[in-house]
Ligand binder design. Structure first.
Ligand code: HEC
Length: 155
């Protein structure tokens, strides 16, 4: 029993030390992991819609909507490390993800952090700051999406 607990604890330590990449066990696992990863990004895209529209001047600026969407984007951004954790690169899955996600982990994490920071800022200032400052901060959210796509997503 003691040994089991110790090895479980050790396994936990090893897992958190390499929290990021974990190879998919088989094709079924790889397909599931891909679905989860894409779901995270699909929801990011969904919440970004109105913000992108406002940035382009196609949707009327609404500070409350901006705050709500930025808050959700922030929550979703915090999930990316987890939903991208399973390395599916050894399997034939339908994905636009580039395999360097699982080799350039520190950089990928930085891109995640950039989105977390940018969305947090918008969420904090949306209701109080002048519109031009909010728009500028919203632009930074868009930039952090694009910057990660440039390095880790097929066109
Ligand atoms: C840390 C990197 C990273 C960040 C930040 C990021 N993306 Fe992505 N995004 C990806 C990758 C990688 C894929 C490809 C996923 C796949 O096909 O497995 C993707 C795919 C997508 C997709 C297609 C999802 C699907 O159903 O296949 C959308 C939409 C999307 N991203 C929108 C966004 C938006 C909007 C933001 C910013 C709010 C964002 N992404 C931020 C890396 C990122």
């Amino acid at each position: 029993m003691k040994l089991t607990v110790t090895s479980l604890l050790l396994a936990g330590l090893v897992t958190s030390a390499t929290a990021f990449a974990k190879p998919a066990a088989n094709e079924k696992h790889a397909n599931w992991a891909t679905k989860v990863r894409q779901a995270n990004f699909t929801l990011l895209g969904h919440n970004m819609g109105p913000i992108g529209g406002m940035l382009k001047g196609k949707v009327e600026f609404d500070a409350q909507v901006v705050k709500d969407k930025a808050t959700r984007i922030n929550e979703l951004a915090k999930m990316i490390a987890d939903t991208s954790r399973v390395d599916t690169s050894k399997f034939k899955v339908k994905t636009e993800a580039l395999a360097n996600i699982w080799t350039d982990k520190a950089d990928y994490q930085q891109k995640i952090d950039a989105l977390v920071t940018a969305s947090e800022k918008v969420s904090q200032i949306a209701l109080t700051a002048p519109k031009k400052d909010v728009l500028k901060a919203m632009g930074k959210i868009g930039q952090s999406c694009g910057s990660c796509h440039d390095s880790y997503k097929k066109d």
